[in-house]
Design a protein around this ligand. Sequence first.
Ligand code: ADP
Ligand code: MG
Length: 686
Amino acid sequence: MDRSTPVTDLKGIGEKTGQLFQKIGVRTVGELLAHYPREYETFQPPVPIAEASPGQVCAVYAEVASVLRPKKVRRLTILSLSVRDRSGALQLTFFNMPFLKNVLKPGGFYLFRGLVQSRGAARVMEQPKLYSYEDYRKQCGVMQPRYALTKGLTNQAVQKAVRQALSLYRFEEEVYPEELLSQNDLISRREALNAVHFPEDRAALLRARRRLVFDEFFDFLLLLRQNKDLSAALPNSYPMYETADTVRFLEQVPFSLTRAQKKVGQELKEDLGSPFCMNRLIQGDVGSGKTIVALLALLMCAANGFQGALMAPTEVLAAQHYETVCGYVKKYRLAFSPVLLVGSMSAKDKREACERIASGEANLVIGTHALIQEKVAYRNLALVVTDEQHRFGVRQREHLAEKGKDPHVLVMSATPIPRTLAIILYGDLHISVIDELPADRLPIKNCVVNTSYRPKAYEFIRREVAAGRQAYVICPQVEEGELEDVENVVDYTERLRSALPADVQIAYLHGKMRPQDKNRVMEEFAARHIDVLVSTTVIEVGINVPNATVMMVENAERFGLAQLHQLRGRVGRGEHQSYCIFVSSREQKETMERLQILNRSNDGFYIASEDLKLRGPGELFGVRQSGEFSFGLGDIYTDADVLQAASEAVETVLAEDGSLSLPKYRLLRQRLEETSGQQGVDFRTI
Ligand code: ADP
Ligand code: MG
């Protein structure tokens, strides 16, 4: 059994279960083993009821005191009972499990485990899990993996499949030479894969992560460094000079550039006219106004008779950039002749777009990775700008270079990265920072609340909508069943529709929708036909709807602070006061304190570093910090030390043997060839 063996070869996985696995992106055994747990749960010994405090998941061993008759509320059957031990009493509620009435008899002792919540003076546990004392004792203290699931697929089933796969898997030979392993404190992949799924303890899990994350970073950096062209100072094949166009454009737009925007604009101008090809990164917090600076460079490019390309990570974002540019062209008579090129366009539209690009009639091409497909031939591509996705830039740069003679490259990023990491991740890119927000912005008002605040939040959204504004509501998952106890976009939309007046237009957006549908929803939202947009984090990347003033995030405790900050950046983009409501369904002190950091600061850089301080590396495994750098397991912030180590290891290897032709690097070279063959694998297709 190896990487490519279909999961349906495992015992107990037939065609039907196989389809469920496919839904979570698992077709092969290799993919199953890389379906890392989202989190781990360790059962703690039962506590006396008096110590079961709200906001915490607890286990209690208690006697059933009384069972009420099941109540019907709409489609729900609610069974309530009260249990007690010597220290106190607790309410339990079960939904749609009326049969428990016959199982849980007054006077019987059971072990219940669940989230304790306060309801007025009383404490309740909703939908607790039931265990026999013996069973619970056996599982106590063991870290249990929790996987991303889908409806119909239980955590138990995934666990079983993984266990089986681990025992039958033929592990590949070690690709690193021995000294690299020992210098970097790396365990074998075999041990790592076993421990990441079934860790003995925290320490074992951290060791496992270290190895797996190291591999991800190492591959990425090796590919990056191997591409020598990226770091060499190439001659400027497309020298550009300022024309009247940019000056006139700036005179016309209804705002003046910030000091930081001007500074960066100047740096770009100097690059484009210098003897060397531009290779630059613009780092600027969300809302700092990166787009217009890039447009100035693209305008210079067009005015000098060249073509420019603007690439976005998603169709939604590409379409939005296109709209913005078209708006500017119409209003200010810019020298752009823009064309949109995205995957979901009809074959005919694509062909027409390509013709305009090939003839040179279009001088600004805006799109997603469809842009760099083989078929697209440019007339004279001189500048490539990539927005909000670094990997997009790096991986594709070599392909772009083939399209023309080394175009200038500009990468825009909102991910705040400390300088040491930036040097590793961006290599030789020059870095410009927009460290200032436009002055007319009102600071966003934030609050961190628990779920009991929801009715007030809905009322607030209703009032904002009545005043002509719009709102986002973010849920961590798309539909029911992926994770337990977590809000999902589809059901939440329904609930919101019944909580808000009928004339409030509510729609949803998530990554599993077809690109056309996503584009349509975003267009409708931008055109104000939709008032409230319920979405997953797909809208985290770059969307600009200045009329939106409310950002409500459900299960905020599940997101990294840097990511929440990105989400917050979707509001506060216009002249109106904006608001952020972070709803935490865990009332634990640490969770609330962590979220309070967002309250205190509006500085992405500070937030990311504080977040790290509060929760050492490797904590909160499921939390993703950076959407831009998407690795399977690794996170550039929490695994910064591993990133550093991988970077040094890559340098050492390449210094010794730049072409990886020594026998000890044979397997490494093979793996590199495999990964570099997987074009486009890492694109987040949102
Ligand atoms: P980001 O850096 O997050 O990509 P955008 O470029 O989308 O930010 O800019 C956010 C909003 O701010 C846009 O509506 C843009 O028109 C506006 N904007 C940009 N620069 C300025 C400025 N100097 N003054 C006022 N508004 C600006
Ligand atoms: Mg942007």
